[in-house]
Write a protein that binds this ligand. Structure first.
Ligand SMILES: Cc1cc2nc3c(=O)[nH]c(=O)nc-3n(C[C@H](O)[C@H](O)[C@H](O)COP(=O)(O)OP(=O)(O)OC[C@H]3O[C@@H](n4cnc5c(N)ncnc54)[C@H](O)[C@@H]3O)c2cc1C
Length: 488
């Protein structure tokens, strides 16, 4: 059994890692010169940075065991501090009632509470096709939606919140309501909502360490990770994939293909695609990200790991301060590296703006926030991430399920991953997809991978990572798994 994995991001590299552990023959083809995909880390100005903030968090014991198996003890727990910047004020996130009320002022707070109360007394017809705006408004009230959700979401997705599917909220702030946020702030009750978790485990070498270590293991097991090797086409015969074709024209034969390349491009690279599936693919779109890194000549700028920028007068949506993650990242430097995120479509002028122009825009916006005081901005660096966010435009689910139904007919092709299966994944979701894809190939397990990151939290054993290793839901500490990463 020979498997090809397309893409060495979280999903692809996990699938290959698990298959290698089980003694399978697997080749990984990665278009980029490095592994890690969106979760990679890299050296910049003598320090180490990620692609924006990368907080790893999962309650799934399988995922946390895997993470610890690879990272061992080389991690630290980080106390998360994140705030929202809105109209020249900083709001604690997760919400703290007194902080929020004093920042909003008496009049604005009254408006928020009145609109929340109005929503609570409103009867709405049950609907499965809610917009993001309807979903959030019904839980938080219209005014809080306008202050804390609308501008940020519209910057991120580039469409109105009425056109955005409620799935975005349901996946990320599932079950959270204003009441739960307030209860959490007052520490009433014992369970903490996933959105509000304030401690997380982080690898001392950066988030990408997970993926470079897995790639090393794959190679030590005698399998190959080919870098700079984009797959251009999948070869197929009578509804069965027979192999992959590289951009050089080289063809390789395989029994199974795991794909994490964009779902839209995957379909276009197959033959015999029905017109209705092609039309569904044309209805899907992605949002791009531009990250502008700025080096500042100060080591004490502000305490947050990252700040959400809701203010409509600024184009940036998030600012990460790598100084506040683990000391190993800044390697003794006296300077701080910040990353400002911008989101755009491929045909927006921002996407093709020059490096200097983007660095100038980011520098000017950063100054306006007041976050760096009189400190100097020394230099800039730009990273462009194509097809970063699968856009959950209303109606997208019907399109994806039509595509999925057709692909499911090809039993030796498994699409997984963030753009690979058109799911707004965090790392944990992509790790789980990789792990279950390997079980499917390896053990013939019947997983429906299209369901992950929609409703998967309900069926697993729960355990979280603490400084001592894994802690089960019964509060017992389990030892950190070791040994798997020893040379084969
Ligand atoms: C700014 C930002 C912040 C984030 N913050 C967090 C966070 O705080 N916590 C968290 O858990 N997650 C976070 N994420 C999400 C996380 O990075 C992703 O969920 C995860 O890395 C996705 O892994 P993946 O393997 O599914 O996809 P990707 O990482 O996109 O990997 C796909 C890989 O396939 C390769 N590829 C594409 N086409 C081809 C081809 N034709 N041939 C060969 N290779 C190909 C790509 O080069 C890429 O390496 C963040 C993402 C971004 C962009």
């Amino acid at each position: 059994m020979r498997t090809a994995v397309i893409g060495a991001g979280a999903a692809g590299i996990t699938a290959a890692y698990e298959l290698s552990k089980a003694g399978h023959s697997v080749d990984v083809f990665e278009a980029a010169p490095v592994v890690g995909g969106l979760g990679r880390s890299f050296d910049l100005w003598g320090q180490r940075v990620d692609l924006g903030p990368h907080r790893f968090f999962s309650c799934d014991a399988r995922i946390n065991r895997l993470w610890l198996e690879v990272i061992g003890r080389d991690y630290a727990m980080i106390d998360r501090l994140t705030r929202i910047y809105y109209r020249k004020r900083f709001f604690h996130y997760p919400l703290k009632p007194f902080d929020a009320l004093s920042n909003l002022g008496g009049w604005e707070s009254t408006r928020c509470l009145a609109s929340y109360a109005t929503e609570k007394f409103r009867t709405r017809a049950a609907s499965h096709d809610l917009s993001f705006e309807q979903w959030v408004t019904s839980r938080f009230g219209r005014r809080l939606f306008e202050v804390f959700f609308k501008t940020y979401s519209e910057k991120l997705w580039g469409i109105s919140c009425e056109d955005l599917d409620a799935d975005f909220a349901a996946q990320r702030i599932k079950k959270l309501s204003l009441l739960e946020a307030i209860k959490n702030a007052f520490q009433i009750g014992t369970t903490q909502h996933k959105t509000l978790v304030d401690r997380f485990a982080y690898p001392k070498e950066g988030s990408g360490a997970l993926y470079t270590r897995m790639a090393d293991f794959i190679e030590r097991k005698g399998n190959k990770v080919y870098l700079n090797s984009p797959i251009q086409r999948l070869m197929s015969d009578h509804g069965h994939v027979t192999g992959v074709e590289l951009s050089t024209g080289e063809k390789r034969l395989y029994d199974h293909v795991v794909s994490t390349m964009p779902l839209t491009l995957l379909v276009k690279s197959l033959s015999g695609v029905p017109d209705s599936v092609r039309a569904a693919v044309d209805g899907l779109s992605f949002r791009n990200t531009i990250l502008v890194y700025l080096e500042i000549d100060s080591k004490n700028l502000f305490p947050d790991n990252w700040i959400y920028v809701h203010s409509p007068e600024l184009q940036t949506g998030r600012i990460t301060n790598f100084r506040n993650w683990v000391p190993e990242l800044h390697r003794g430097s006296e300077n701080s590296i910040l990353a400002l995120e911008y989101w755009c479509n491929r045909d927006d002028t921002l996407w093709s703006d020059s490096h200097d122009s983007l660095a100038a825009t980011a520098s000017a916006e950063l100054r306006k926030t007041g976050l760096i005081g009189k400190a100097n901005i020394l230099r800039g660096h730009v990273e462009r991430l194509n097809r970063c966010y699968p856009v959950y435009r209303r109606g997208y689910k019907t399109l994806v399920s039509h595509i999925a139904k057709w692909i499911n007919g090809i039993n030796n092709l498994t699409p997984i991953g963030r753009y690979g299966s058109f799911k707004y994944n965090n790392q944990d979701h992509s790790l789980l997809m990789g792990l279950l894809a390997a079980e499917k190939i390896n053990q013939g397990a019947k997983h429906n991978l299209w369901d992950i990151n929609t409703d998967y939290e309900s069926y697993q054993e729960s355990a979280v990572i603490t400084e001592l290793g894994l802690r089960s839901e019964h509060q017992e500490e389990l030892p950190i798994p070791t040994g798997t990463l020893q040379p084969a």
